[in-house]
Ligand binder design. Structure first.
Ligand SMILES: Cc1cc2nc3c(=O)[nH]c(=O)nc-3n(C[C@H](O)[C@H](O)[C@H](O)COP(=O)(O)O)c2cc1C
Length: 401
């Protein structure tokens, strides 16, 4: 009997230990994800635009933030990581950024991350171009789900999308403004990236080289743009559907369009992709509740500043009352602390969550959150901070490089 019970729990204990030991940081998850994903999917998630100098700039900007540890303090042994953003209490000061084509990278990525967000009490943003339906993600994540909008040109479709989001329970809308024209990424063009994947000899060979991805995709069914598919004209071919969707989006979000969306959306509005005080001021005037200072993970303009280059100026423009969220290149708890120390109120991460799911399937979301939480806790303890608010981290001296 005893040995039976042990045999039952042994794999669970062993498994848990293996994951913790084998994947103590995001870089380990990334390496495994790369081995498990077909090349077209890997290059889509990991790549950037142009020469990918913006990705390197994001990394450099984070590395250059130095923090002064203060050891002779009381009360920093077990730092409190809880925070409040837009009236919502979260367990941790970071969340899951919106990711398009999510199910192409690993089946059910959005669903797995939505469940992990709820379980860990952090927010997760669903992209308009995710492969999960907005209603389904709301059912899984509840109040932790945010909806990210690429505004459709057709007013009727835009209104219906916003209505669906509101009625299904979303309170927070993100409008992304940093794609004024359709993106042109060399790797994706070379790979002929599409949803579902186009089956030619090249992609087929890439898929055959990744049997775990192939099997998981076969079991989950081919990915589709679940939120948008009802608007695609009946009988459209794959190519026609892709053209229809891309033609449908108002890639360029003008101040007028943003103001219209503000008018239409009854909940909280976050504008994502702001990198100048001028844009920040317009968003504030229009009535946005928060901004994501972001260069889209180095995927839009290779010469763009990193969030850390501009967050100070943006803070001076919008003042203390508007929460600033920052992202781009954050890969560990120390990076999160760096963003907070540089005056972000909250931090988003994109790729690390995808890497975690691609590496570990449905255990990936919870694991990467645990890793980031532990790293952040250790960092704050090293810094002598008892919590993440101003009386905590912000008294740490940031040494300009
Ligand atoms: C594969 C991928 C897809 C993305 N799709 C979207 C999207 O649909 N909407 C959006 O606002 N941002 C999108 N982003 C940008 C992320 O939300 C976020 O700003 C970025 O990933 C942060 O950088 P990081 O990946 O280095 O953490 C995407 C990023 C990646 C890597």
């Amino acid at each position: 009997m005893k040995s039976c019970v042990w045999r039952g729990i042994y794999p669970l204990v062993f498994d848990a230990m293996t994951i913790a030991q084998r994947y103590p940081c995001v870089a380990d998850l990334e390496a495994t994800a790369k081995r498990r994903m077909p090349r077209f999917a890997w290059e889509y998630v990991s790549g950037g635009i142009g020469n990918e100098t913006c990705i390197a700039r994001n990394r450099r900007a984070l590395d250059e933030v130095k923090l002064s540890p203060q050891y002779l303090v009381d009360g920093a042994d077990d730092p409190d990581l809880r925070c409040t953003l837009l009236g919502q209490n979260y367990n941790l000061p970071f969340g899951i950024a919106p990711i398009g084509l999510s199910g192409l990278m690993w089946p059910k990525t959005s669903e797995i991350l939505a469940a992990a967000a709820k379980q860990n009490n952090i927010p997760c943003a669903l992209s308009t171009f995710a492969t999960a339906g907005l209603e389904d993600i709301q059912t899984i994540a509840g109040e932790h789900a945010w909806f990210q909008l690429y505004p459709p040109k057709d007013l009727a479709i835009r209104t219906e999308l916003l209505d669906r989001a509101h009625k299904s329970g979303y309170d927070t809308l993100i409008v992304t403004v940093d794609i004024p024209v359709e993106t042109r990424r060399d790797r994706d063009i070379r790979n002929g990236l599409s949803v579902p994947p186009l089956f030619n000899i090249k992609t087929l060979l890439q898929i055959l080289a990744r049997p775990q991805w192939a099997l998981a995709t076969l079991l989950a069914g081919q990915p589709e743009f679940e939120t948008l598919k009802r608007y695609i004209p009946h009988g459209a071919s794959l190519e026609q559907a892709a053209t229809f969707l891309s033609d449908q989006v108002s890639w360029h979000v003008t101040p007028q369009l943003l103001a219209e969306i503000r008018e239409q959306w009854p909940g909280k509005l976050i504008v994502k992709g702001v990198l100048t005080p001028e844009d920040a001021e317009i968003c504030q005037r229009i009535g946005a509740d928060s901004l994501v200072v972001s260069n889209h993970g180095g995927r839009q303009l290779d010469a763009a500043c990193s969030a850390l280059d501009v967050i100070g100026e943006i803070r001076n423009t919008v003042g203390r009352d508007m929460p600033l969220i920052a992202d781009g290149g954050v890969r560990n708890g120390l990076d999160i602390a760096r963003m907070l120390a540089m005056d972000a109120d909250f931090v988003l991460l994109g790729r690390p969550f995808v890497y975690a799911v691609a590496a570990l399937g449905d255990r990936g979301g919870n694991h990467v959150i645990e890793v980031l939480r532990d790293e952040l806790k250790c960092t704050l303890a090293q810094l002598g901070c008892s919590n993440i608010d101003e009386s905590g981290l912000r008294r740490v001296v940031v040494v300009p490089s």
